[in-house]
Structures are given as C-alpha cells and as structure tokens.
Write a protein that binds this ligand. Structure first.
Ligand code: ARG
Length: 459
C-alpha cells in the first residue's frame, strides 16, 4: 500500500514496523480535533492567498464529509497509514481527489499533533472541573445534613478531638476547590497554538498563525517554533494535577472503606454503589472506593511514564513523543470514571449519626478541653497537661470515661476542678468551643458551607 511519504523509498515497510510505529490504534480519539484544526488551517491558507478559494472550499467539504463518516463509524482506519493525521488525509484524498493533497501545505504532523493535543486537553480540563464541582455539591449537601453530627476527629488514626462530620466533609470541598483552581490555571498554558511551527523551524509560506489561533479560540500562539513542537509540559502539568486529584479521591476512598467497616460502622454506601461476594452471602463490599484507591496507581504511573519519556530528549520532535498519548487518554478515562461515580455515591451515602455519637461518648477526645479548663483557672498549660494525663490514666485503669468521674475523683487530681467541668466535657461544648475562623464550631462550619455555596454559585 502506498505511503503518503513513500517517494524516497524503494521498498515496502516491513509490516511489523507498520504495526510497531503506528499510533492509529489510540490517536483515533483525536479525530474530531484533527479535523477541527485542519479546517482552520485550510481556511487560513485561503485567506492568505496560499491556496485558491475554490480548492479551500473543496477541501473543507471533503473534511466535513470525512468527519461525518468517522462519526458514523464508516471509516476503517489503517495501520499502514500510521496515525490519525495521515488516515484523515488519505480519506480526504479518496473523497475529493488529488486536491486533498494541498491541505498539508505549510504544515507538518509535528505542529499538527501538538495542536490536536492542545484542543483535546482544553476540553477535558473544563469537563473535569465540572465533574469536580458536582462532587463538591454532593459533599456540601451531606455537610448540610450533618451540621449536628459529632464524630471523633483523628490524628495518627487515634481519637484526637471531637468534630462535626460536616467539618470533615468540608475539608474535601476545599481540596477539590484547589484541584479545580489548578486545572483552570493550567488552561492558560494549554490554550496556546503550536500550529505554524512546521516541522520545527517555521514555514516558507506566508501563513497567518494568529488568524488560525483566533478561529480555534486560542489565546496565544507559541513564541518559538522549536518549543511549539517539542513542548509536552501542558500534558505533564495535566497528569500532575490529575495525580493530585486521584490522591485526594484515594484519601476519601480510604476513609469511606474504613467508615463502612463493621468496626467503624459510621456510614453505609448505597447498595447501588457496592458489590457482593461470590462465596460469602453476607458481604457488601465498597468496591468503588477501593478501586479508585487502586487506580490512583496507574495515574501516578502515567505521570512518571511521560516524565521519563521526555527526560533528556533533544529538541525538537522525536518519535518518542508519540508515547505521550495513551497515558493521557488513560488518565482522562480513569478520572472521569471515578468522578462520575463519586458524586452520586457521596450524595446517597447513609450517615450513622447515632453510632458516631456513641463513638464520641466512649473516648477521651475531650481531654484537651479539661486541660484548657485548668489553664482558665490559672494553671500553666504544661502542668495542666500532666494532671489530665494522670486523670486519663486513672480512667483507663478503672474502666471509666472522663464524664463518669465524680467530683471527688476529679479533686484527687486538682483542687481547681468544680461542677462546671461536666458541661465543659460535653461533646457539643467541646465542638462549639472551637469557634475560630476555619474551626469546627457549628456556627463556623455553617459559615464555611455558606461561603462555599457562594463560591460555587450554588445559591
Ligand atoms: N503520530 C505522531 C505522534 O503522535 C504524529 C507526529 C509524527 N511526526 C513525525 N514526524 N513522524 O507523535
């Protein structure tokens, strides 16, 4: 089969080489972007008088025809045409004849593929931000429903201080907000046009790169033609942001898995988001968060993969760079899959408020507050810490919690105790005492929810 670049060759390509070097198996995902870029390119060729208007119209008609056929699944891509760019061009020529061969005037696949990738990622970061936003809304909805739910807060996975469950959920809203901001910030580096860089040095034709940029709604064009065709920073940046998003999702996943264990029993995921066991009839497994936690590995792997591909690559284009695609597509699909499930899974999650409360009643997470109480009575904090440490030890040795102690028992540890301590130790008091901006007091969390709703334009 004849190659678009066959002139210099005297032999057919070995079929294993065709298969080894082809990217059509995966870059056909870029078909829409490839044709979108070509339509803008050929329009510019006409406007700059490089091609007669008549040819431009014929080529545009042909490109639209090819696009339509691709959408209908009527085109069979061929490995011997290597990639999406040459498959489209071959089909264009088949559609409109040799005039189709004028499309590639003043252009190389090197600036073409870079343009396709920019167009592709530009869409994906907007889509993914929207999906993160849906997840934030689900978290905020649960936070609203749990403004009165007190749960142990942990450090070192040991009970630390009681907090509102709403406060815990809102921490994730903040994390996903940073993720959205990172994606939107990367947009300005994605939205730059490489086309016009040619193979590496520019082109001899009097093209108008800014006109192409305008048509494709790029904010800028690449300043340097070598950089334009060899830059993959925008993909690396996306993979980094995606890795951070997955890291956040996997932390939440881990908590969901823990919380739905019998040991915690803090939440129950909806049946629609769980799976069963083929042998143990009682099982209801949190497969979705487990798998999100697991798939975080491949997203990190894709980042490391591309960093490694690019390491030490000389300028400008090298075939190595074709390896930028599968990891990127896989990352987009992995993120979309996770986010699509997470929002409804969080929205339908059942929160076991009474079990959370029971956990708070049976712990020492109010210990800091008695220390603070003694500080209020004039005792230096370090001494108060020691006194309460001893009090807690006494409780542990006697199978009691702080609220079970009689005033006599309290007095054994410090004469400064009085009846007010019983109020101070109540979980509600402990939570509401942390009435600082960003703290867990009910009023603060209610304000934080309101601020998020305003930021997300939910109200
Ligand atoms: N399929 C190639 C890629 O993805 C397109 C660019 C090829 N350019 C070249 N000179 N071989 O990188």
């Amino acid at each position: 089969m004849s190659k678009l670049w066959g002139g210099r060759f005297t032999k057919q390509t070995n079929h294993l080489v065709d298969e080894y070097t082809a990217s059509i198996g995966f870059d056909q995902k870029l078909a829409e972007e490839d044709i979108q870029g070509s339509l803008a390119h050929v329009t510019m060729l006409g406007k700059c008088g490089i091609l007669p208007q008549e040819d431009v119209e014929t080529i545009k008609g042909g490109l639209n025809k090819v696009l339509e056929k691709i959408r209908k699944g009527e085109i069979e891509f061929s490995v011997s045409d290597e990639d999406i760019h040459m498959n489209v061009e071959k089909n264009l020529i088949a559609e409109i004849g040799p005039v189709g061969g004028k499309l590639h005037t003043g252009r190389s696949r090197n600036d073409q593929v870079a343009t396709d990738m920019h167009l592709y990622l530009r869409k994906r970061v907007v889509e993914l931000s929207g999906m993160l936003y849906e997840l934030q809304k689900a978290l905020i909805g649960q936070a609203r429903d749990n403004l009165d739910t007190i749960v142990p807060g942990y450090t070192h996975l040991q009970r630390a201080q009681p907090i509102l469950f709403a406060h815990h959920l809102m921490a994730y809203v903040s994390m996903f907000q940073r993720d959205i901001e990172r994606l939107m910030d990367s947009y300005k580096r994605i939205n730059v046009l490489p086309l016009g860089a040619g193979a590496l040095a520019g082109t001899t034709f009097p093209i108008d790169r800014h006109f192409v940029a305008e048509q494709l709604q790029f904010d800028r064009v690449y300043e340097n033609s070598l950089d334009a065709v060899s830059d993959r920073d925008f993909i690396l940046e996306f993979l980094s942001h995606a890795s951070i998003i997955m890291m956040h999702l996997s932390r939440l996943s881990e908590e969901l898995v823990l919380w739905s264990s019998t040991e915690f029993n803090f939440i129950e995921l909806d049946d629609a988001f769980c799976t069963g066991s083929s042998i143990m009839p009682q099982k209801k497994n949190p497969d979705v968060p487990e798998l999100v936690r697991g798939k975080t590995g491949r997203v990190y792997g894709n980042l490391m993969g591309l960093l490694t591909v690019l390491k030490s690559l000389p300028l400008a284009y090298n075939k190595d760079m074709q390896e930028d695609k599968e990891g990127m597509f896989d990352t987009v699909a992995t993120l979309e899959g996770a986010l699509q499930l997470f929002a409804p899974m969080i929205a339908t999650m059942k929160v076991n408020k009474s079990r959370m409360r029971e956990a708070v009643n049976k712990d020492f997470s109010n210990a800091t507050d008695i220390a603070d109480f003694l500080v209020g009575k004039g005792l230096p904090f370090r001494q108060a810490h020691e006194v309460i440490g001893k009090t807690v030890l006494y409780c542990i040795q006697n199978g009691k919690y702080l609220l079970d102690l009689t005033m006599e028992e309290f007095k054994q540890f410090s004469p400064l105790f009085d009846d007010a301590i019983y109020k101070v130790l109540q979980p509600e008091t402990v939570v509401n005492a942390r009435n600082v901006y960003g703290g867990t007091a009910t009023d603060q969390v209610a304000d934080a929810i309101k601020r998020s709703e305003v930021l997300l334009r939910m109200t």
